[in-house]
Design a protein around this ligand. Structure first.
Ligand code: AHR
Length: 495
C-alpha cells in the first residue's frame, strides 16, 4: 500500500478533549448490575457486594461519566423502589426487558460505586411512565441538603452528604415506539420541559441532556431533534444521540467504513443544534451527548422470560469490532468541539468489554482500544490532514484505509491510527508541521490473526494489546508500519 501521511499543526486545533467522552453505561438489563458489578454472593464480592474482579478490570479503562439506570429500563423505573432498607424494597416485573427486578441495587448503591470507581454520576429520569415531579424529587433526594422531604429520606438512609449529581438525562430514546411511554416529539418536548424546569428549580447547577434521535434510520431523524431543541430552548444543555453498528453482511471492508458515517451522524446532529441556536437568536447552543454507542448485532436476545438477571445480549467481540470501537473514539476526538459526553454501552456482560461466567472474568477485544485511547485522552484535538490510499465501500463510498486522530498535550503528541486493510500493511508518517517530533514515549498495538479472531474463556489472550516499539523518529517526523487490521496508539515527545 502507498504511504499514508498524517500532517498536523498545533495552530489547527479542534478543541479540548472532554474526558467525559470516555464514559460508560450501567443499565438494569440482563447481568450488567446483578452478576456484573454487584454480586454479594460472589467469591469476589467486597464489603459492599461489588465484584472486585470486575471493578479492577474496569478501573483500567478510567471511565468518567457512567450513565444509570437505563436505557429502556429507565422508562419504567420508579427510583423510590430502589432506596431504603433492602428488605423492604419491592420486587417488580420489569417490562423493558421482561425481567424480574428486586431493587437490591438502587441510587445509594450506584453512588457508592461511583465514589469507589471515581466515576461521574449521570442519571436518566423516567419520562416514559414517570412524572416530571418524580424526576424533580430525585434531584432533591440526590443533591439537596437536609430539611425537606426527599433530602431527609437520603439522610435517613444514612447518606448525609449530598450526591451532587450534575448530569441528568431527560428520558431515554423517547422517539422509539418500543419505549415505555413513547410519544411524538411535541408531546415529549412538553413533558421534558416541565421536568427540566422543576429539576433546575430544585438545583440550578445541574446539566440536562434531552432525548435526541436514537438512530439515523428513524423516520423522524433530525425533525424530532429540531422540534425538541426549539421547544426546550435554553434548558437543553446537551442532546443525546445513540448508535449501534454491526457487520450484518459479513463484509469487513464495508463494516469498517461505518466509522465515516459516525462522523456524518455527529455533523448532522451538530447542524441541528446550530440551526436551532441561529433560529432562536440565542447565545446558548446545545452540545452532543453520545450516550449510547457500540457494536451490537450478533446477539439479539432481549426477552428476559420473566427471570432475574437473564443472559441478554452478551455479545462476543472480535478484532474487527475492536477496530470499529477505535473508530468511534477517533470520531469523538475529531469532533472534540461538539461531542462533550459519550458512553460506551454497556460496561459488563451486556454488549460489554468484560464478561463474567461464575467466578471467571473475560476481557474482550473491545476493551483494548478503549484502554489505549483513554490513557492518552488529555489535551487538545488537532485537525489531521490524512493523505493516503483509499478504497470504495458499498455503504459510504470512498474511505481511506487509515483512519486517525491526534491530541496535543503540551510536549506530548498522541496519535491514534487504524488500518482497515485486511491484507496490506500501512506505512504511516506523522508530521507535526510546526514542532519536530523528538522521540517515542510509548505505543501499543492491537492486531490479530484475522478479522473474526476473538477471546474466549478457554483462550483469553488471542486479542490483546502489546507494547509497540517499532517506531522511527527521524528528522522530526515519526514513521511506523501498521499491520493489516490493527490499531496503534502512540505518544511522542515533541520539541
Ligand atoms: O443498551 C441496550 C439498549 O439499547 C438500551 O436500553 C436502549 O436505550 C437501546 O435501545
Amino acid at each position: 500500500m502507498d504511504k499514508t501521511t498524517i500532517t498536523l499543526h498545533t495552530a489547527f486545533q479542534i478543541g479540548t478533549v472532554d474526558p467525559r467522552i470516555f464514559g460508560g453505561f450501567l443499565e438494569h438489563m440482563g447481568r450488567t448490575v446483578y452478576e456484573g458489578v454487584f454480586d454479594p454472593k460472589s467469591v469476589h464480592a467486597d464489603e459492599d457486594g461489588f465484584r472486585r474482579d470486575v471493578l479492577e478490570s474496569l478501573r483500567q479503562l478510567q471511565m468518567t461519566a457512567v450513565r444509570y439506570p437505563g436505557g429502556n429500563f429507565a422508562s419504567g423505573y420508579h427510583w423510590l423502589d430502589g432506596v431504603g432498607p433492602r428488605e423492604k424494597r419491592p420486587t417488580v416485573r420489569e417490562l423493558a426487558w421482561q425481567s424480574i427486578e428486586p431493587n437490591h441495587f438502587g441510587t445509594d448503591e450506584y453512588i457508592k460505586l461511583c465514589r469507589k470507581m471515581e466515576w461521574t454520576p449521570m442519571l436518566t429520569v423516567n419520562l416514559g411512565t414517570g412524572s416530571p415531579e418524580e424526576a424533580r424529587n430525585w434531584v432533591e433526594y440526590c443533591n439537596c441538603k437536609g430539611g425537606t422531604k426527599y433530602a431527609d429520606k437520603r439522610i435517613a438512609n444514612r447518606n448525609e452528604t449530598p450526591y451532587n449529581v450534575n448530569l441528568w438525562c431527560l428520558g431515554n430514546e423517547m422517539d422509539g415506539f418500543w419505549q415505555l411511554g413513547h410519544v411524538p416529539a411535541d408531546q415529549y418536548a412538553v413533558r421534558a420541559q416541565q421536568a427540566a424546569k422543576m429539576m433546575k428549580d430544585t438545583d440550578g447547577s445541574i446539566e440536562l441532556v434531552v432525548c435526541g434521535s436514537c438512530a439515523v434510520g428513524m423516520s423522524t431523524y433530525m425533525e424530532w431533534d429540531r422540534q425538541v431543541l426549539e421547544y426546550l430552548g435554553d434548558y437543553a444543555d446537551y442532546i443525546s444521540l445513540h448508535r449501534y453498528v454491526g457487520n450484518r453482511n459479513n463484509d469487513t471492508a464495508d463494516y469498517l467504513a461505518v466509522i465515516n458515517s459516525i462522523d456524518r451522524q455527529i455533523e448532522q446532529m451538530d447542524a441541528v443544534c446550530r440551526f436551532v441556536q441561529a433560529k432562536r437568536r440565542s447565545h446558548k447552543r446545545a452540545y452532543l451527548c453520545f450516550d449510547e454507542w457500540n457494536v451490537w448485532y450478533k446477539n439479539m436476545q432481549i426477552d428476559g422470560g420473566g427471570k432475574f438477571a437473564p443472559h441478554l445480549i452478551e455479545e462476543i467481540y472480535n478484532l474487527e469490532d475492536a477496530l470499529v470501537v477505535a473508530g468511534f473514539l477517533n470520531s469523538f476526538i475529531r469532533h472534540a468541539d461538539v461531542v462533550r459526553i459519550a458512553n460506551i454501552a454497556q460496561i459488563v456482560n451486556v454488549i460489554a468489554p468484560v464478561l463474567t461466567k461464575g467466578d471467571e472474568l473475560l476481557v474482550q477485544s473491545i476493551f483494548y482500544p478503549f484502554e489505549m485511547f483513554s490513557r492518552r485522552r488529555n489535551g487538545i484535538s488537532l485537525r489531521a490532514s490524512i493523505d493516503g490510499p483509499s478504497y470504495e465501500s458499498k455503504s459510504v463510498g470512498p474511505v481511506r484505509f487509515v483512519d486517525a486522530s491526534a491530541i496535543i498535550d503540551e510536549d506530548c503528541l498522541h496519535v491514534f491510527t487504524i488500518n482497515r486493510s485486511s491484507d496490506e500493511t500501512a506505512d504511516i508518517q506523522v508530521d507535526l508541521a510546526d514542532r519536530p517530533i523528538d522521540s517515542l514515549i510509548s505505543a501499543e498495538v492491537l492486531s490479530g490473526p484475522d478479522a473474526k479472531a476473538a477471546n474466549s474463556f478457554e483462550k483469553p489472550d488471542v486479542i490483546k494489546s502489546r507494547s509497540f516499539a517499532d517506531v522511527k523518529t527521524i528528522s522530526g517526523q515519526a514513521s511506523y508500519e501498521l499491520p493489516p487490521l490493527s490499531i496503534v496508539a502512540a505518544t511522542f515527545k515533541v520539541k
